[in-house]
Design a protein around this ligand. Sequence first.
Ligand code: SF4
Ligand code: SF4
Length: 167
Amino acid sequence: MTSGSAVLFKGLKRQTPHDLDRVIHGLHEEVFAKTDCLNCANCCKTTGPLWSERDKERVAKHLRLKTGEFESEYLRLDEDGDWVLQQLPCPFLEDDNACAIYEIRPKACREYPHTDRAKQAQILDLTQKNALICPAVGEIVARMEVIYAQKKGPATERPGPKPRGRR
Ligand code: SF4
Ligand code: SF4
């Protein structure tokens, strides 16, 4: 992310939600088409997901643990009262950057980095933060800076989104 990002995000907040979704979703599609998350895993190494009740129950069952046992072994409550991992990198991250519980991973892992989600206008602050963690988001932001420089505002003619998974 460049020093122009603060200016960029300030400008993005003035865009219509529909146009913002079209721009970011189009860039998400382009950038993740050439991104191999198995060569990165920075999200799994540096930030863990928030665990919903359903996430905890599903993964605990898979590990043949009671939900409380799973909580004790892997999770803690953070200052906001959310369940998060006790340790990072994530204990389910394998040496080759694969996820040991990929098929049943938490919803937040499936949706990260959220650049294909509807209503991007509502998560611009999160996207700005994720640009420092996720190189793909960093690339999306860098491309938006170019679009702004060239067009003095996000392009609106990009194709609509095709959501894709984290890996
Ligand atoms: S989502 Fe981003 S941070 Fe996570 S592995 Fe893929 S490129 Fe890396
Ligand atoms: S559960 Fe899997 S996808 Fe989620 S942080 Fe851990 S290793 Fe990464």
